[in-house]
Design a binder for this molecule. Structure first.
Ligand code: FAD
Length: 404
């Protein structure tokens, strides 16, 4: 029998993982990415889980301790900069760029096509046809929509399933270890740290440096500050550039107005521990992302399946974007390996991963409930926040059973 062929739409983390998992299961898998060249990091970190590292190893990826920076302890700082809480929680913190490079470099170049924007997919009983913006048509046995939160594949098959704004944004930034003031370095660099102003959550942790180094002096320190912003006026204003053009719900970092950044820095000085406010001050290019939930009622139709953010987006508090994508593609590859038909394999995949995705979205939504504007703020329990935000994945079985 001829080798089955999968068309993978989207060449970020989920698409690359899908290609590796399917190739491991004996498929020919080709990734089609609309960007013209390598994807550039949004410069932010992410937590790893032991389940993710195990999947990398199982897919034959060259993963070792340099995939991230080991952190043992979480601390909470009050407004004066005093450490008020401390808990032991070992975890390896990585960065999007590090994981992307690991996956991309291990995929043969001919399996990855740049500049290929999917515009439409058709299917019949024998296979799928993908139509791209440049007029190219590709035929395969299976199509995987790994095209992210604004998925074209999902939009065509299930119009109306859209991400919904959570009511807050994450201000993010990365500071090189070499730029750290020495006194602050000694106090916080080796820690996963929290500050909890009313209705807001700031967290920060060490990550691989700009060139993915994990050696002392060459690492980075990543910070994420969740702040309520109303959709109607606040988010529009944040996403409006200096020429008065509103860019919707996201704006490229260089276009963020200087007065918006200045106001955010002033708030940091007023609300955060001085050590953390200093980091915000010296961050060269702070940027923000609006936070969304996305829950798909369907993830499979015939020979087409959604994986990663195209299917479900849980708020970042569960720290699961990459690990969930990895669990999705492994589940899909296993279902294909043991099934009598592609359609029945995909149905099985959906049966397993849809309740999991819904449970994750619900859990992350619950973790985000303290992020509210006055007068709706309630006191936060630092121990509780520290134990649960982006924590190691100990409850996978419960989540897989669909229980948030
Ligand atoms: C450039 C980039 C940088 C990121 N940086 C970070 C970070 O620093 N920290 C973090 O936690 N998360 C980051 N993320 C998000 C993170 O990758 C995801 O949440 C998670 O890894 C799951 O991603 P995904 O592959 O499902 O979706 P995404 O990462 O959103 O990838 C979707 C991909 O599909 C492509 N695509 C979309 N539509 C089409 C189409 N019609 N045809 C062809 N291709 C299409 C997009 O160009 C994109 O490459 C980043 C995502 C991107 C794209």
């Amino acid at each position: 029998m001829a080798q089955p062929r999968a068309l993978v739409i989207g060449g970020s983390i989920a698409g690359l993982l899908a290609a590796h998992a399917l190739r491991g299961a004996g498929w020919d898998a080709v990734v089609y990415e609309r960007a013209e060249g390598d994807l550039r990091s949004r410069g932010a970190g992410l937590g790893t889980h032991e389940q993710l590292i195990a999947i990398f190893a199982r897919l034959g990826l060259p993963v070792d301790s340099t995939v991230g920076v080991e952190v043992d302890t979480r601390i909470c700082l009050d407004r004066t900069g005093r450490i008020t809480h401390r808990i032991a929680m070992p975890q390896r913190m990585s960065a999007w760029a590090r994981v992307y490079r690991l996956l991309k470099d291990a995929l043969p170049a001919q399996q990855y096509r740049y500049g290929m924007e999917l515009v439409r997919v058709d299917q019949d009983e024998r296979g799928v046809t993908a139509l791209f913006a440049d007029g190219t048509r590709e035929r395969g046995d299976l199509l995987i929509g790994a095209d992210g939160v604004r998925s074209t594949v999902r939009g065509q098959l299930w119009p109306g399933i859209e991400p919904s704004y959570a009511g807050y944004v994450a201000w993010r930034g990365l500071v090189d270890e070499s730029a750290f003031p020495a006194a602050i370095h000694d106090e916080i660099f080796e820690y996963y740290s929290f500050c909890l102003p009313p209705g807001e959550i700031m967290l920060s942790y060490p990550v691989p440096g700009r060139h993915n180094e994990t050696t002392r002096g060459r690492r980075g320190y990543n910070h994420i500050w969740y702040r309520p912003v109303d959709a109607e006026h606040g988010l529009r204003a944040l996403c409006t550039d200096a020429a008065g053009v509103c860019h919707g719900t996201a704006i490229a970092p260089p276009l963020i107005r200087p007065d918006v950044i200045a106001a955010m820095r002033a708030d940091a000085r007023a609300l955060l521990a001085p050590q953390i406010a200093t980091l915000v001050e010296i961050t060269e290019q702070p940027f923000f992302q609006a936070i969304f939930d996305l829950e798909s009622r369907h993830t499979v139709q015939g020979r087409i399946a959604l994986v990663g953010d195209a299917a479900f987006v849980a708020r970042p508090h569960v720290g699961m974007g990459v690990t969930k994508a990895a669990l999705d593609v492994v589940c899909l590859a296993e279902a294909l390996a043991g099934a009598s038909s592609i359609e029945s394999a995909l149905a099985r995949y959906e049966q397993q991963q849809r309740p999991f995705g819904s449970a994750l979205v619900a859990q992350a939504r619950r973790m985000g409930t303290p992020i509210k504007s006055a007068p709706h703020t309630a006191p936060q329990d630092p121990e509780d926040v520290m134990r649960h935000m982006g924590s190691p994945l100990v409850d996978l079985d419960r989540l897989r059973a669909g229980e948030p």
